[in-house]
Design a protein around this ligand. Structure first.
Ligand code: GDP
Ligand code: MG
Length: 360
C-alpha cells in the first residue's frame, strides 16, 4: 500500500481550493484570455504522467496534488489525462460515517487483486469534515492488509469547508488514475448529499452502504440513496435489525420507479469478517457487465463529462467576471452610471461584449 496522504497537501495544510484566493476561477488557468483554448502540457508534467503510468508513485502523488490544488497545474494534468482512453472500471462507495465503507473497500481491493487487477486505486473523499490525523490513521489501519502491496494505491482527498472544488477535483483525479492504468478505481465518499451524488455518479457502479437500524434514525437521505445506488448494502449484518433493514430497502425499491431496468440488489455484508463480500463483488461485476452491454456505462461517462465541462465553463466565466471587475472599462461604466447616463444592464452588456477579446 502506498499511503501518500501527507504529500497531498490538503491535510491540515490549508491548501484546499476553497482557500485559494483565485477561487474556483483559478482552475481555468491564468494565461491568455478567458477564451483561450488548448493548454500546453509542460515537459515536466508529461514526464511525470509517463512515469506515473509506469508505476512511479511519487510522480502520481505529485500529479494528484496538482489536481487537488486546481489552477494551471490541474489544467495541465487534465490536458494530458483526458487525452488517453478511459477504460477502467470505476466504483463509488458511499454511506454515513462509520457504516463500514473503508472496511468494505479493503476487502474489495483484495478481491480485485486476487481476480487479476494489477493496479487498484482508492480515493477516500470526505468533503464534510476535514480529515483529522486520527481519521486518516483509522483508514490506514483498516486498509493495512495492503501494506507493502505495490499494486494498491490509496489516497485521501479532502477540502476544508467549501464543497464546490471537490465535484471538479474528484472526477479529474479519477481520470488521472485511469490514465495511469489503475483499474478498478474506487472512490469512497461520506454521505449522500449533493456533492456525493455528483462524485458518485461519476463512477460506473455506485454502492450505497447502510447499517441495521438506519431507517429508524434520519441517518440518510432516502430519496438520494435510491437515486444514486446501483447496489445497496446493509453492512454490519452481524447486528440486530439487518433483515428489517433489507425489507425496508426492498419496500422503497418497490415504490420507486425503475430507471434502467436494473433493480438495485440489496445485500447483507459483515465487512469486518468479509462475509457477503464475495456476493457483493459478483453483483458489482454483473452490474458492470450489463451496463457496458446496455450502453449505460457510456451514458454515465458522458454525463460525467457534461458535468466537468459545465464546471470548467463556469470557472472560465467566473474568471472573466473577476477580470472585468479589475478593468478600466468597469470603472468608466461605473462613472457613466453615477452620472445617470447608463443602466446596469447596458453596462453589463458592454462588459460582456468586451470580455474574451482583451478589449477590457
Ligand atoms: N460489527 C461490525 N463492525 C464493523 C463491520 N464493518 C465495519 N465495522 C467496524 O465499524 C467501524 C467503522 O468502519 P469504517 O470502515 O471505518 O467505516 P467508514 O467510516 O464507513 O469507512 C470500524 O470499527 C469497523 O471495524 C461489520 O460488518 N460489523
Ligand atoms: Mg472510511
Amino acid at each position: 500500500m502506498e499511503e501518500l496522504v501527507a504529500s497531498g497537501g490538503t491535510v491540515g495544510g490549508g491548501t484546499s481550493r476553497s482557500t485559494d484566493p483565485a477561487g474556483p476561477a483559478g482552475r481555468a488557468g491564468s494565461a491568455g484570455s478567458p477564451g483561450s483554448t488548448a493548454t500546453a502540457v509542460s515537459t515536466g508534467t508529461a514526464e511525470m504522467l509517463a512515469a506515473a503510468g509506469n508505476g512511479d508513485r511519487l510522480s502520481l502523488a505529485r500529479l494528484l496534488t496538482m489536481v487537488e490544488r486546481g489552477g494551471d497545474g490541474a489544467r495541465e494534468v487534465a490536458a494530458a489525462a483526458y487525452r488517453t482512453p478511459a477504460r477502467a472500471r470505476t466504483i463509488g462507495i458511499t454511506g454515513s460515517p462509520g457504516a463500514g465503507k473503508s472496511t468494505l473497500v479493503d476487502k474489495l481491493v483484495s478481491l480485485a487483486r486476487s481476480s487479476g487487477s494489477d493496479q487498484v486505486a482508492v480515493i477516500a473523499v470526505d468533503p464534510t469534515s476535514p480529515y483529522s490525523g486520527g481519521a486518516i490513521l483509522g483508514d490506514r489501519v483498516r486498509m493495512q492488509g495492503h501494506a507493502g502491496d505495490g499494486g494498491v494505491f490509496i489516497r485521501s482527498m479532502a477540502t476544508r469547508g467549501h464543497l464546490g472544488g471537490l465535484s471538479a477535483a474528484v472526477p479529474e483525479a479519477m481520470r488521472l488514475l485511469e490514465a495511469c492504468h489503475m483499474d478498478p478505481v474506487i472512490v469512497e465518499t461520506v454521505g449522500v448529499g449533493q456533492v456525493e451524488i455528483e462524485v458518485a455518479s461519476a463512477a460506473g457502479t455506485v454502492v450505497v452502504v447502510v447499517n441495521p437500524g438506519w431507517g429508524d434514525s434520519i441517518q440518510a437521505n432516502k430519496a438520494g440513496i435510491l437515486e444514486i445506488a446501483d447496489i445497496l448494502v446493509v453492512n454490519k449484518a452481524d447486528r440486530p435489525g439487518a433483515k428489517e433493514a433489507v425489507r425496508d430497502l426492498e419496500q422503497m425499491l418497490d415504490m420507486a420507479q425503475e430507471r434502467t431496468g436494473w433493480r438495485p440488489p440489496v445485500l447483507q455484508t459483515v465487512a469486518s469478517t468479509g462475509e457477503g463480500v464475495d456476493a457483493l463483488w459478483d453483483e458489482m461485476r454483473r452490474h458492470d457487465g450489463l451496463s457496458a452491454e446496455g450502453g449505460e456505462l457510456s451514458g454515465r461517462r458522458r454525463s460525467g463529462y457534461e458535468r466537468s465541462l459545465t464546471l470548467a465553463f463556469e470557472a472560465l466565466l467566473r474568471r472573466s467576471v473577476a477580470e472585468a471587475e479589475r478593468s478600466p472599462l468597469y470603472l468608466e461604466l461605473l462613472d457613466e452610471m453615477e452620472a445617470g447616463r447608463m443602466d446596469p444592464y447596458e453596462a453589463a452588456g458592454r462588459l460582456f461584449a468586451a470580455s474574451g477579446d482583451s478589449r477590457l
